[in-house]
Ligand binder design. Structure first.
Ligand code: FMN
Length: 350
């Protein structure tokens, strides 16, 4: 069904197509898609103490200003992460700023945290309570003079309406944001978040989203700090500024973050490295090129306990969660696996 529409949709500018999709989802006409695996125990799990139907979440960036999260639950997502939200409303970079690389099943974006700002998003969430597990991804305003304080504003604004909060230090489209991956800066950020949570008497789980473009040394240092502060989970990973040489599409040299298929292998390697260092003490949410049962299977084997996707939905359509579950079920049945959790990190034990 979606494949018929796809060639039509792909004639439209990708950001315009995205805004149309948001408008449609906002109408709340989304049907409950037929999913033969809804409530299938094979996929059931818990995340931060809450039951979820399946471990496939919508990644940050699709619903930046929390407009359609309840429609995304209807499409079958086990959890949804909205944002990135900054303290103040922000337009982002000049357009065009999203590029579809159809030949590579990829996107390049340099949106730059366009969103309606923390207060607006908080009010939205309070007036439209979430029907599923909702994460809120926070970041700083580009022109702010104190980025660390911007994260604290995000935490204060959302700690009582989010099921978890993601500290996004990994967008390539806010210049220098990725400096938070440096040891001293990262430790200071995590310490401030920790202190602020104590002040707020908040128990909201903290998740950190990292860049795939980090060194071996940084992987080790970040893991240690995550363990020190008992962070709840790490999202591996955001988009990459690298990996352009393998691409075929004419848009391959656009500036921005690359997502989708060309990110998959890189993200899987990084998940493996973090899994070895975190030893199951911190959950890993695997992201990057998930679009099929096979790609989901690979991420679980590498060590992810949960998945997120964005680009896969652009290419495969709104029924992607149902499709992944159907394909993954075949693989798990073949291997006599009763619940996907049995295979998490299996690459490391065989
Ligand atoms: C158009 C677009 C916008 C994005 N915006 C955000 C964002 O605001 N915050 C964030 O943490 N990640 C953002 N991402 C990154 C995704 O959440 C995800 O980490 C990345 O796309 C890799 O997953 P995928 O290959 O399934 O798309 C964005 C990705 C795309 C394609």
């Amino acid at each position: 069904m979606f494949s018929k529409f796809r060639s039509l949709i792909f004639k439209i500018d990708p950001e315009v197509a995205h805004n149309l999709a948001i408008k449609f989802l906002k109408l709340n006409l989304t049907p409950n898609l037929f999913d033969e695996n809804k409530d299938n125990p094979m996929f059931q799990s818990t995340l931060f103490g809450k039951n979820i139907d399946n471990p496939i979440g919508m990644a940050a960036g699709f619903d930046k200003s929390a407009e359609v999260y309840n429609s995304l639950f209807k499409l079958g997502f086990g959890f949804v992460e909205v944002g990135t939200v900054t303290p103040l409303k922000q337009y982002g970079n000049p357009k065009p700023r999203v590029f579809r690389l159809a030949e590579d099943q990829a996107l390049i974006n340099r949106l730059g945290f366009n969103n309606l700002g923390a207060e607006n998003v908080r009010n939205r969430i309070r007036s439209n309570l979430s029907k599923g597990l909702l994460g809120i991804n926070i970041g700083p305003n580009k022109d702010s003079s104190d980025w660390l304080n911007d994260y604290l504003i995000g935490l204060r604004t959302f700690h009582d309406v989010a099921d978890y909060i993601t500290i996004n230090i990994s967008s390539p489209n806010t210049e220098d944001l990725r400096n938070f991956h440096e040891e001293v800066k990262f430790d200071k950020l995590m310490n401030s978040i920790h202190e602020e949570k104590i002040k707020l008497k908040s128990k909201v789980p903290i998740v950190v989203k990292i860049s795939p473009d980090i060194s071996e040394e940084q992987i080790g240092l970040i893991s240690k700090i995550l363990l020190d502060y008992k962070v709840s989970a790490i999202i591996v990973s955001n988009t990459t500024s690298k990996n352009r040489e393998k691409l075929n599409d004419i848009s391959k040299h656009q500036k921005g973050g690359l997502s989708g298929k060309p990110l998959e292998e890189e993200a899987n390697k990084l998940i493996s490295k973090f899994y070895k260092l975190l030893k199951g003490k911190i959950e890993i949410i695997g992201v990057g090129g998930v679009d099929s049962g096979e790609s989901a299977h690979k991420k679980f084997l590498a060590g992810a306990s949960y998945l997120q996707l964005y680009t896969g939905m652009v290419f495969q359509g709104p029924n992607i969660v149902g499709k992944i579950k159907k394909e993954l079920k075949e693989i798990l049945i073949n291997d006599s696996v009763k619940n996907f959790r049995e295979i998490i990190g299996k690459n490391h034990t065989n």
